[in-house]
Design a protein around this ligand. Structure first.
Ligand code: NAD
Ligand code: TYD
Length: 352
């Protein structure tokens, strides 16, 4: 039998790089193609350790360019797609929603369209896996959990674009019989996350003794999952998930933002040998994000009951490993926070 050829999109980004590394190292008999156009959030440094592996291939391409996507399907005849490429930051989606429609909606459509043309409705051994977010379900009050049958209710341009893409993926299952799979995951944390997102931003600002911007009163709640656990869940679902189905993935680890920021300040101070409370003094409450979703929380019983998957990393271990990694890799932080990032930071935070 010929080797499986798996196209992973967005593999130079945060979650994608962990997934690519896992798939390349675990499945030497698969050919892994990482398609990424290396936006500000994509960085080949994230994959330096595996780039010379024989079963790893990098393709610099843009999912917004249908001709290019189709030509790649024609050339490589991928039999599976795990789709992560996206514009992924809510604050940027508020400033530039059209970019999110282009990449997240149209880009996903291009992949579906090219996959169907290539596979010509013979779906034997094929799979299209859409990596999505819990944010499509909207915002929870103090109680309740997102389940797979919770109605979509996206409220930011980012979540609306991901929800739209998910709908197209599902439409391809019902209309064309394409073997698709969707997972909706909560907030990830760990190494290689671009420091526009809360956790690396806080650690980076502590390192530079810059103020730590907390939106609103800091009481919004997110559920946090160690990124390698997410990559493991994707691997499990890619191999064993039932086509046409959706699976929620979560960390069983809800925290208020302010609680999390306090924890990160304390761990970082301890690791840097700074006095207790030193970094908490940097916390500044700033204007709230427009339409800021109150709370996300996941009922992850389906993946646990059907796949036997649960997060393997406790928050106590995961947050310490995360802080340690950014402190040990401050040159990575410095490299990605130069240039364009600085312009974004000035514009976004100094306009507040
Ligand atoms: P990220 O922003 O770190 O990475 C996105 C990657 O996609 C980058 O490497 C970027 O270069 C690439 N990309 C963007 N536009 C592209 C285009 N037009 N063509 C080709 N490549 C392009 O994002 P992430 O946090 O790793 O998220 C990956 C996926 O997981 C996204 O689809 C996101 O919606 C989803 N997700 C993220 C989280 C989270 O907490 N980060 C949680 C649940 C789901
Ligand atoms: P973020 O990491 O952007 O993820 P998401 O919005 O997709 O959940 O933000 C996590 C939480 O932290 C969210 O409630 C917004 C908040 N936040 C701040 O308080 N300050 C910040 O500077 C950022 C980037 C986020």
């Amino acid at each position: 039998m010929s080797k499986r050829k798996i196209l992973i999109t967005g593999g130079a980004g945060f979650i994608g790089s962990h997934l690519v590394r896992r798939m390349v190292l675990r499945y030497e008999d698969y050919e892994i193609y990482n398609l990424d156009n290396l936006t500000y959030a994509g960085n080949l440094e994230n994959l330096r350790d595996i780039e010379s592996k024989a079963n790893y291939h990098f393709i610099k391409a843009d999912i917004n360019d249908f001709e290019e996507v189709k030509a790649l399907f024609d050339r490589y005849r991928f039999d599976s797609v795990i789709h992560l490429a996206a514009e992924s930051h809510v604050d940027r989606s508020i400033e530039d929603p059209l970019a999110f429609v282009h990449t997240n909606v149209l880009g996903t459509m291009h992949l579906l369209y090219a996959a169907r043309q290539t596979w010509k409705d013979d779906y034997t051994g094929k799979r299209f896996y859409q990596v999505s977010t819990d944010e499509v379900y909207g915002s929870l009050g103090d109680t309740g959990l997102f389940r797979e049958d919770t109605a979509y209710d996206p409220r930011s341009p980012y979540s609306a674009s991901k929800a739209s893409a998910d709908h197209f993926v599902r439409a391809y299952f019902h209309t064309y019989g394409m073997p698709v799979l969707i997972s909706n995951c909560s907030n990830n944390y760990g190494p290689y996350q671009f420091p526009e997102k809360l956790i690396p931003l806080v650690i980076n600002n502590i390192l530079h003794r810059r103020t730590i911007p907390v939106y609103g009163d800091g009481s919004n709640v997110r559920d946090w999952l160690w990124v390698e656990d997410h990559a493991e869940a994707i691997d499990v679902l890619f191999h064993n998930g039932i086509e046409g189905e959706t699976y929620n993935i979560g960390g069983n680890n809800e925290m208020q933002n302010i609680e999390l920021v306090h924890l990160l300040c304390d761990i970082t101070d301890e690791m840097l040998g700074r006095p207790v409370g030193d970094s908490r003094a940097l916390i500044t409450f700033v204007k709230d994000r427009p339409g800021h979703d109150r709370r996300y929380a996941i009922d992850a019983s389906k993946i646990k009951d059907t796949m036997g998957w649960e997060p393997g990393t406790t928050p106590e271990v995961g947050f310490r490993k995360t802080v340690r990694w950014y402190l040990d890799n401050d040159s990575w932080l410095d490299a990605v926070t130069s240039g364009e990032y600085l312009k974004y930071y000035e514009k976004h935070y100094h306009a507040r």
